[in-house]
Design a binder for this molecule. Structure first.
Ligand SMILES: Cc1cc2nc3c(=O)[nH]c(=O)nc-3n(C[C@H](O)[C@H](O)[C@H](O)COP(=O)(O)OP(=O)(O)OC[C@H]3O[C@@H](n4cnc5c(N)ncnc54)[C@H](O)[C@@H]3O)c2cc1C
Length: 457
């Protein structure tokens, strides 16, 4: 019998298993696909490098950063290139560059004078006293005004979650903003206070081998503990732990960690923990389409001097967000070429999952051509369609998280980890994995400690 079995070899599962391995536990990882990494897939072709899923590692979370360092990845990390000078927002066909300094919005004329004036008074608005959960849009409107909510916060929600700011919960999805209001009474005051404190830097990292360098480094350390091409079919509770039925036989473990997508977890939990199963099944993850396009540099008139752009909603337009990978990091396009990644779908346009690929690429190329003054067809394009995209932290998500993170209180040894708990980013997943591993280590060591205590007593 193993100490722990982790089901799912995405970043969450691998990071959990690695922490358990470092604590000296006998841990095994079972992954359905032939490769590990989950949606962290870096693809190379014709001198281009495409990220099919995540592009960046956000270095602002201390434990995740420590894990990256422990994997030897901190010294090889690439920060954003010097060409990233602005963040762009696209509204009604007009692309506006916002400088990354705090006065960016005031210096640009993206927002009307009234909207900028309204932001100035955020610090004077009263904190929300009642405890009803608010959407991101309602929160932003109350604190900063409607125009800011529509033209800045809604595009951010689409960019980060491929979500809808009218459905996402402020406490669940933008927890830090919610906490700043609770703690400081105002976001502006909170941000100013944080700047005086020792908040880690806001770096966005990647590597020469792309984001897949993270699962690759974890897999190298876990070695033969990983079993790919093994799908878990069911989990049963026994008197000593769990019996896990897979496509390659049955395994037993004292603890089990479900590091799979929420709908998969819902199925596995049906008989084990029905409450958690229902809650996990309620989490939606609308489909996402990633279209990567390569152009000769001279085809693109725009300098691509930013991270990319986010968009406000516009009838008939489908792009939610765009990244300029060849500006962000080296090695994303051959010399003389540029790479552009466009994201479409999510909660704004889930129906795009049905759009034929050729139409999708054609429409995205047409929208990009208008916005970035591109002449001619792309020299190369690739599409990745995620049938299930990012979990949506809609109203009620905090309550769902409470049920899902307490499975071990109802079923001893049963743990969940993944991007539907405590944040969707790669670094969120690694932080959550570290916390879950800590809990398992404590639980598994408890009988040993109790035994040691009774022997010494
Ligand atoms: C298009 C896109 C862009 C993104 N961009 C960013 C970004 O720039 N920065 C960032 O920080 N984050 C980004 N994210 C979010 C981040 O990539 C994910 O939240 C994170 O990688 C999820 O990791 P995970 O391990 O929790 O889940 P997954 O990667 O989904 O892994 C789950 C694993 O479980 C396996 N599995 C499922 N069923 C079974 C079974 N029955 N038996 C065994 N194994 C099973 C699956 O095969 C999979 O490997 C992006 C995500 C997407 C989709």
């Amino acid at each position: 019998m193993h100490d722990a079995i982790v089901i799912g070899g995405g970043i969450s599962g691998l990071a959990t298993a690695h922490a358990l391995m470092l604590a000296g536990l006998d841990v095994q990882v079972l992954e359905r696909q032939v490769r590990v990494g989950g949606n962290a897939i870096t693809d190379r072709f014709n001198g281009f490098m495409m990220e099919q899923g995540p592009t960046t590692f956000n270095a602002s979370m201390p434990d995740a950063l420590k894990q990256i360092d422990r994997l030897g990845l901190l010294k090889t990390a690439h920060d954003l290139g010097e060409g990233v000078k602005k963040r762009y927002l696209l509204n009604q066909g007009k692309l506006t560059g916002i400088s990354t300094n705090p006065l960016g919005f005031f210096m640009s004329n993206y927002l009307s004078p009234q909207a900028r004036f309204s932001i100035l008074f955020e610090g004077l608005r009263r904190r929300k006293m009642d405890k009803t959960e608010e959407t991101i849009h309602a929160f932003a409107t109350r604190r900063f005004g409607r125009e800011f909510a529509d033209k800045v916060i809604d595009p951010m929600a689409a960019g980060i979650f491929m979500g809808d700011s009218h459905q996402l919960s402020i406490a669940g999805a933008f927890t830090k903003l919610h906490e700043l209001e609770q703690k400081f009474g105002s976001i502006t005051r909170g941000i100013l206070a944080a700047k005086r404190g020792s908040e880690p830097g806001r770096h966005l990292y990647s590597w020469g081998g792309g984001i897949a360098s993270i699962p690759a480094a974890l897999a190298k350390r876990l070695g033969a503990r990983i079993h790919t091409g093994v799908a878990v079919n069911s989990i049963g509770k026994t008197s000593t732990g769990f019996q896990i039925k897979t496509s390659a036989g049955t395994r037993a473990a004292r603890a089990v960690v479900l590091a799979v997508q929420p709908h998969v977890a819902a199925g596995m939990l049906e008989n084990l923990d029905p409450d958690a199963s229902i809650v996990a099944g309620d989490i939606i993850a609308p489909p996402i389409n990633v279209v990567f396009l390569g152009y000769k540099q001279e085809q693109v008139a725009h300098p691509l001097d930013g991270l990319g752009f986010l968009t406000t909603r516009e009838n008939g337009k489908i792009i939610s967000g765009v990244q300029f990978p060849s500006t962000m990091y080296q090695g994303r396009a051959p010399d003389g070429y540029v790479a552009i990644s466009a994201y479409a779908g999510g909660a704004r346009n889930p129906e795009l999952a049905q759009m034929p690929e050729s139409d999708l690429v054609a429409q995205i190329h047409a929208e990009l051509s208008d916005t970035l003054q591109i002449k001619g067809a792309p020299v190369i394009h690739r599409t990745r369609r995620w049938a299930l995209g990012l979990p949506q932290y809609t109203i009620g998500h905090r309550a769902r998280e409470t049920v899902l993170s307490s499975t071990s209180e109802r079923v001893e040894g049963l743990h969940l980890t993944g991007n539907y708990l405590n944040g969707v980013s790669v670094s969120n997943c690694m932080e959550t994995a570290g916390q879950v591993a800590g809990k398992i280590i404590d639980d598994l060591e408890q009988p040993t400690r109790q035994c040691r205590a009774s022997n010494s007593g």
